[in-house]
Ligand binder design. Structure first.
Ligand SMILES: NC(=O)c1ccc[n+]([C@@H]2O[C@H](COP(=O)([O-])OP(=O)(O)OC[C@H]3O[C@@H](n4cnc5c(N)ncnc54)[C@H](OP(=O)(O)O)[C@@H]3O)[C@@H](O)[C@H]2O)c1
Length: 250
């Protein structure tokens, strides 16, 4: 038996990449695509999902208890979470720019459903996060850090959720120290670049993470889907997902 997956967003770049990966995964089924904008429909820009139904509300899904994957926009994610109060499903949420309202909704939905939420689903970025925490914890008081984020012109959130996540990783290991400064650039068509500069007395270091292809998010996203399909209620991070034993075939 395969796990049913629903991907939110019809024309989205991440929705397309994730939809194709789900189609290719032998243990997953792309059960439907969900557009939270009324009036949208069809097989996608190039008809790449023939036969996969499009629905506009969770309540209209053709399967019970799917994993719903959401890489869309803040307003769409808020609407999805509100619907998920009433419709049994697991959620994998990667949308950027989530605020307090989303956090409240995530906590509420997480009381009854498995939810995985991450600012960045790259497993490499997760390793960078862990390294930063360790560095910050052992660095003496002479050390400070700053983060830059470079993304394509038109990216909606600024600073990026990942830049905030990296700054929080540093600050979380240095209680009372100032938060790292974040500088954001929205230029050209660069997909995503994050640089952390940390400096102390007599030495400094830079960590650069550059994302050139959205498919690099897939190992983390697919792992989160498989985890969410099996997990009990609760809001989990990518770190929780990676720390859990990988689910076996069903
Ligand atoms: N966490 C991570 O690792 C990660 C990685 C990459 C991207 N992201 C984030 O994922 C999100 C999507 O990225 P993308 O590059 O795929 O963006 P995109 O190509 O602009 O796609 C946006 C998607 O959001 C939907 N959408 C936008 N506004 C909406 C609204 N008002 N109501 C309903 N649906 C709406 C669209 O749905 P329709 O097609 O149905 O109109 C579309 O599918 C962004 O927030 C991005 O920052 C996160």
């Amino acid at each position: 038996m395969t796990r049913p997956v629903v991907v939110a967003g019809l024309t989205g770049r991440m929705a397309g990449v994730i939809g194709r990966a789900v189609l290719d995964a032998p243990d997953l089924t792309l059960a439907a695509r969900l557009s939270l904008r009324p009036g949208r429909g069809g097989d996608g820009p190039d008809g790449e999902f023939p036969g996969v139904p499009v629905v506009h509300r969770l309540a209209d899904l053709p399967v019970a208890d799917p994993v719903v994957v959401d890489f869309t926009a803040e307003e769409a994610t808020a609407g999805l979470l509100e619907q998920a109060r009433a419709v049994p499903c697991a959620l994998v949420v990667g949308t950027s720019g989530l605020g307090d309202r989303h956090r409240r909704l995530l906590a509420e939905v997480g009381e009854r459903r498995p939810v995985v939420v991450a600012a960045n689903f790259s497993l490499t970025l997760l390793a960078v996060t862990r390294f930063l925490r360790e560095l910050a914890a052992q660095a003496d008081d002479s050390w400070d850090a700053g983060v830059t984020d470079l993304h394509f012109a038109g990216k909606r959130d600024r600073p990026s959720a990942t830049a905030g996540h990296l700054a929080a990783a540093w600050q979380g290991s240095r209680p009372g120290a100032p938060a790292p400064e974040i500088a954001s650039f929205r230029l050209g068509d660069a997909l995503s670049e994050h640089r952390v500069v940390a400096a102390g007395s007599g030495e400094h270091l830079e960590v650069l993470h550059r994302m050139a292809d959205r498919r690099a998010f897939l190992p983390g996203v697919l792992r989160a889907i498989r985890y969410a399909a099996e997990a009990g209620p609760g809001v989990r991070s990518l770190e929780d997902v990676v720390g859990a034993p990988a689910p076996g075939p069903r």
